[in-house]
Design a protein around this ligand. Structure first.
Ligand code: SF4
Ligand code: SF4
Length: 640
């Protein structure tokens, strides 16, 4: 049995932050879980789905975040406890429903977990989701370690039920993915029976009256937060510098103060309840020092709101100096680390801190870079996307009318780089590549004459690609949509989607065919195998020439990692060095310079291409692009 479901109270387990959040939901007696995957949030739902059968609660991967929150809200309206999780971009998707849900209120505990990605390590932006709690007027909590992530999750369910409002919990990459010892509490008896009272209308009307109620709920939350165990003060009672922080900033601040040995000069106010802010607690602590450093990741959310609280009370508090993102002591972008804090504190207190010896750190940096081979971000060996973009590139070149690709989010976004021949021209929100193409496709009426291709992945097609496709067909737009169907939400860890025919628990379910959906909305559809280089390029070229409405090509070929799990590829690949012409070939070694599969390497000594047998998976595509037939395929038994 997985440790996450063990009913062994007071036992400590080593888990990542996202597993701790899942355990918190289980300890709170969660009944209903719905989410859309996205790093760094995916493990929350993965953990919950993996134990949902054992613990008899419902779990689903929904088609997008808004639908996930709506489904979870239905459970809340029926008196159950429900959770939804997402990355920061997902909060944008839910925001329309969220700002209405605030007014209608909730019944059973309802928790939305956002896992923000400072630095945009696995994201297209580094947005801060915290302003959404202010915008939607719902309470927000921010854990600073896995134990707190667990404790805050159970507390968030209780608070949600106490005030009748959804609660947001904001994690960031380092909290979600760092591992720590977490003490489990007992598992509850779950006996809730869902029921809806039809006489209790769940809507936003009358708006002004409901808005008044929302403000009252927030006031209640604020009172609770004033004495919350999630807020704490440590350090000097008369500090030269007061640090106010939350989340990861708390741990980095502690480390920096420890290294500097400055607990007698610094006070550290940690806030776990970051909306609404506990004003009295903040005001009391502001009296302790005239120098305030505010430490947080991404936007100056705490900083701006604490300055606003200070302004209300400045006449009593006197003059203060604030340091943080506005003053430049804390960077406006990227993740924090202890060095940033050491630097900021040393500057403010005018302390000479002996950072790591420069000679030593330069040597360490050089040693690391010498030992690590340079590696570009690229598609895996055997990835169908490399072949798809190779086909797109060739078709656009042959068409010669300066066509371009309106891109979207997924592994295939990497086609903005050489791995996909730099074929993707723009990337924004989920589904926006199709929406932009819908607009480009109407510019022909205004004199625009470049061919347009939009690419979207299979999971993104269901998430947000369908409405703009319908818009395009309905408004008689004119472009070629290529659905890169690799039968997986590959980028976030192979979670199922409606095209896979499997649900979150791994059970078979209704499979939704992308071609049926496209046909049903009136778009012409062809299905091609991207590894069939000749036919795939010709199909793209032909449909580029036929400029008649919205045409769809589904490039269908399993993700290389899925294929490997299912037995692997059919070939062993060798180079016939008598045939290989090396530097004389095409673009001076066509396969390694242009096609760039990492399984192909250039042998400087022989002046010929070689196969890296460790990396090559045996997909066989490179054999189709070699003009001299120097790449030889030998059929092998799978897993040979
Ligand atoms: S293997 Fe084929 S494509 Fe690669 S360099 Fe040799 S001849 Fe050219
Ligand atoms: S067969 Fe060719 S294209 Fe496929 S993984 Fe091996 S080297 Fe790469």
């Amino acid at each position: 049995m997985k440790p996450i479901v063990l009913n062994q109270p007071d036992t400590s387990y080593l888990v990542i932050g996202n597993e701790a959040i899942a355990r918190g939901a289980i300890e709170a007696g969660v009944d209903f879980c719905a989410a859309y995957p996205g790093n760094p949030s995916s493990e929350i739902m993965e953990t919950l789905a993996s134990v949902s059968k054992d613990l008899n609660f419902y779990a689903e991967w929904s088609v997008n975040e808004k639908v996930a929150l709506e489904a979870a809200t239905a459970a809340s309206f029926a008196g159950l406890r429900a959770i939804t999780s997402m990355k920061q971009n997902g909060v944008n998707v839910v925001s329309d429903f969220l700002t209405n849900l605030t007014l209608s209120g909730t019944k059973g505990g309802l928790v939305l977990v956002t896992c923000d990605d400072p630095g945009g390590i696995s994201s297209t932006n580094e947005e801060d989701a915290r302003p959404f709690s202010k915008l939607a007027e719902v309470p927000m909590l921010e854990p600073s370690n896995p134990q707190e992530a667990l404790d805050m999750t159970t507390f968030a369910f209780d608070l949600s039920e106490e005030i009748g409002s959804l609660c947001i919990m904001r994690s960031t990459s380092r909290i979600s993915h760092s591992r720590g010892n977490v003490v489990f509490s007992p598992l509850p008896e779950r006996k809730r029976i869902p029921s809806i009272d039809p006489s209790n209308l769940r809507n936003t009307f009358p708006v002004a009256l409901k808005h008044q109620t929302v403000i009252e709920k927030l006031e209640t939350a604020k009172k609770i937060f004033e004495t919350s165990k999630f807020n704490s003060y440590t350090g000097s009672e008369n500090p030269e510098l007061l640090i106010i922080t939350c989340g990861t900033g708390y741990l980095y601040s502690r480390e920096a103060i420890n290294l500097l040995g400055l607990w007698d000069k610094i006070g550290l106010l940690k806030l776990g309840t970051t909306w609404p802010l506990p004003e009295n607690l903040i005001n009391v602590n502001l009296t302790k020092s005239n120098n305030i450093l505010i430490v947080e990741e991404v936007q100056p959310f705490l900083e701006d709101n604490i300055k606003s609280i200070y302004a209300q009370n400045a006449i009593n508090l006197g003059l203060k100096s604030f340091f943080g993102k506005s003053s430049g002591h804390i960077p406006k972008i990227g993740e924090l680390n202890p060095d940033i804090l050491l630097n900021a504190i040393s500057k403010i207190l005018n302390i000479k801190y002996q950072f790591q010896d420069k000679e030593y750190s330069d040597k360490a940096k050089n040693t690391a870079s010498n030992l690590t081979p340079p590696r570009e971000l690229g598609f895996c060996p055997g990835c169908p996307h490399r072949a798809s973009f190779f086909n797109i590139k060739n078709a656009l070149k042959f068409d010669a009318r300066n066509g371009f690709v309106s891109g979207d989010i997924g592994c295939y976004t990497m086609a903005i780089w050489p791995t996909g021949f730099k074929q993707v021209n723009s990337v924004h929100a989920m589904g926006s590549g199709v929406g932009l193409a819908s607009g480009y496709g109407k510019l022909h009426e205004l004199g625009f004459n470049q061919p347009i291709i939009s690419v979207v992945g299979d999971s993104t097609f269901f998430h947000a690609g369908l409405p703009p496709l319908i818009n395009a067909v309905y408004n008689k737009s004119n472009f070629l949509l290529i659905v890169l169907d690799n039968s997986a939400t590959a980028m976030t860890g192979f979670q199922p989607h409606p095209g896979t025919g499997i649900n979150a628990k791994g059970e078979p379910t209704n499979k939704i065919n992308i071609e049926d959906v496209c046909n049903a909305v009136g778009a012409k559809v062809e299905i091609v195998d991207p590894f069939d280089i000749d036919n795939a390029s010709k199909s793209i070229y032909r449909l580029l020439q036929n400029e008649n409405g919205v045409r769809v090509i589904i490039m269908r070929r399993k993700c290389a990692l899925v294929q490997r799990k299912e037995g692997g590829f059919p070939y062993k690949v060798e180079i016939d060095s008598d045939k290989c012409i090396g530097e004389e070939c095409g673009c001076n070694r066509y396969c390694t310079r242009v096609f760039r599969c990492p399984g192909l390497i250039w042998d400087k000594v022989s002046g010929k291409t070689k196969i890296d047998t460790v990396i090559c998976v045996g997909c066989g595509v490179c054999a189709k692009i070699c003009p001299k037939n120097a790449i030889i395929l030998k059929e092998v038994k799978r897993n040979d």
